[in-house]
Design a protein around this ligand. Sequence first.
Ligand code: SF4
Ligand code: SF4
Length: 352
Amino acid sequence: MRYGYLSKADLPKFVDGLIKKQRVVAPIKKENQFVFAQVENASQVSLDYIPTILPPKKFFLPQHETLGSFNMGETKMSSTQVDVEPLILFGLHTCDIEGIECLDVALNDSPPDPYFVKRKKSVIIIGYECMKPCDEYATCIAMDTHKPKAGYDIMLTDAGDKYIVHVNSIAGDNLIGRSSLFEKAAPDLEGKIKAELKALQDAKLKSFNNKLDAEYKELRRVFKDSYSSKFWHENVGKRCLSCGNCTAVCPTCYCFDINDTVSLDVTKGTRDRVWDSCQLEEFAEVAGGESFREERSARQRHRYHRKFDYSVKKFNKFFCVGCGRCTRTCMAKISLIDTVNELTKEHRDAKK
Ligand code: SF4
Ligand code: SF4
């Protein structure tokens, strides 16, 4: 099956069936926010959610993982078996799926990260296409991540009392292939479903405001030209607390540090990796104590350029998927939308 329908009334049965097969992680409500967590039954799943506190990157690149162990005096480290349990990530928004696509590109860049690669292969992604904007912080329309494009096995799109189902991989097909819950479209009816999907997606655009003033194609130029802008120092640099929250919650940030932990008797140890943040002062420090980005303004500028400029040069992709998490989480109320719009204004003014 490539396209079909699933009645909304049958969704809980579908999810409970998945849970019987393997570990399922889905968005669940936690106080007044949402998190991705393992679910034991379908009633725990909240499909009507705004982006979770942490993005799904934690299932591909854990906050802490042991890469290997060593014995003192030996020059070779043991290779660690990556402990991977097959996982279904259920209900991912299209922006978060695009975030995983960004990680996929970066962490498969030569040499590929074997830990990420192995985890990625063991995950099945079932997406859920939002039909209304999350909140005032999301910029998925501007970043063109509001529609499913790639990176999922199955996509569910809300179509009234049913979901339109798009199966995008063999793993997705195997998962629902024989299920009687789905109304499968014969190949000659696929065109009708695609037209129905397009009509829904065209209609949803009317409820999504584009909050970024720059055109998609203009964005990189805005950032290339902004390198010497006073805005970095006078605005974001003065306000930033250097806490690193914005990078921790970003679905496309993948920087990490490596720590060696040695046993008390100094005979053996483990090599671990932990998330790191370019917003922390020591991040760009080198031997001798010199730091390449001592100022907070330089670190913020770096963060934004990693999203809108350097990533385009290296991977031909923006590494901002418009989820809005960095703005939502920032204690200093530094807004990605305000930053981009202010720099866009400066860029346009300079051209007058
Ligand atoms: S979350 Fe806000 S205050 Fe913290 S490092 Fe990021 S921009 Fe600065
Ligand atoms: S930069 Fe902010 S809005 Fe863009 S993907 Fe990262 S957390 Fe989301």
